[in-house]
Design a protein around this ligand. Structure first.
Ligand SMILES: Nc1ncnc2c1ncn2[C@@H]1O[C@H](COP(=O)(O)OP(=O)(O)OP(=O)(O)O)[C@@H](O)[C@H]1O
Length: 269
């Protein structure tokens, strides 16, 4: 770390935990998924990446995880010295991707098992993660016995079992019905507030992003890039009364306008 970066960390009360610096990504077929994306994610933020299909939201998340490398630019972890594979992050995908032949317990144990932690050693952590998502009673069930919302909760428990500092979620609730989605939105916010994680959440939905986030990064496509960075300055806890408030609808209107501007900007290219 340079002396200047060190001074900035000492003076910045909330330095970034991950910092994308001038990231571009061009796939081998020539698609420019991201063009010069810079973004600081700070400790405790709930940031949504919002944008039309193909604007590079998933690519940005995959680059943060290290699953994909950028073509140019870099990802910095200013508060850590460990190598990229050791960052304390977890990923939740749109599909719960559970192992159908394994119990709920075994599915949630998987990330610990991969680190060499035995079932007995993992027991308390797995049950604690299942407790967090309200599924402790279902530890012996199989995925086929669960509803779509419950499967997604198992997937979230599996992401939480390693106690990550950064939770990356790629449209986790997109396939769920609206009532289940609202319920999981509330549960996620409750967990976020309780445990103080940092969340980066990809969504197409203005309504979902405003409800959840304290910050929305609006992206445009062709090429994928950041076009707006908006604070959602409404207090937490947020609940159903927030969903029906004029403050909420005002933010939804503002973000919707920004999204439409982003879509028009994409069409111009
Ligand atoms: N492995 C790949 N090879 C080639 N092109 C890719 C690859 N992955 C993504 N792309 C392209 O890169 C662009 C950005 O894709 P990405 O999935 O990141 O967008 P997105 O904003 O997450 O889209 P969606 O909301 O539809 O999931 C798209 O044009 C996509 O077709």
């Amino acid at each position: 770390m340079t002396a200047m970066a060190q001074t900035k960390m000492q003076t910045d009360p909330n330095p970034a935990i991950v910092s994308l610096k001038g990231i571009s990504k061009t796939f081998s077929n020539g698609t420019v998924a991201l063009n010069n994306m810079s973004l600081d994610i700070r400790q405790g933020e709930f940031v949504s990446l919002l944008g039309p299909s193909g604007c590079g939201k998933s690519t940005a998340l995959r680059i943060i995880t290290g699953l994909t490398g950028p073509s140019t630019g870099r990802v910095d972890w200013p508060q850590e010295t460990a190598s990229a594979t050791e960052h304390e992050l977890s990923f939740v995908f749109q599909e719960p991707t559970l192992m159908p032949w394994a119990t709920v317990f075994a599915n949630v144990w998987l990330p610990l098992r991969l680190k060499g932690i035995s079932q007995r050693q993992a027991h308390d952590s797995v049950m604690e993660a299942l407790e967090m998502v309200g599924l402790a009673e279902f530890s012996k069930s199989y995925p086929r016995e669960l509803s779509g919302g419950m499967k997604m909760r198992v997937s979230i428990a599996r992401a939480l079992v390693t106690k990550p500092k950064l939770l990356l979620m790629d449209e986790p609730f997109a396939a769920l019905d609206e009532i289940t989605r609202f319920k999981l939105n509330n549960d996620l916010l409750h967990l976020w507030e309780t445990f103080g994680w940092t969340v980066v959440f990809v969504t197409h939905s203005v309504f979902e992003s405003v409800y959840l986030s304290d910050r929305i990064v609006v992206m445009a496509a062709r090429p994928g890039r950041v076009v707006n960075d908006m604070a959602i300055d409404a207090p937490y806890p947020r609940d159903e009364s927030f969903r029906t408030s004029t403050v909420y609808s005002g933010f939804c209107r503002e973000v919707s306008q920004a999204l439409h501007a982003a879509m028009d900007a994409g069409d111009d290219m």
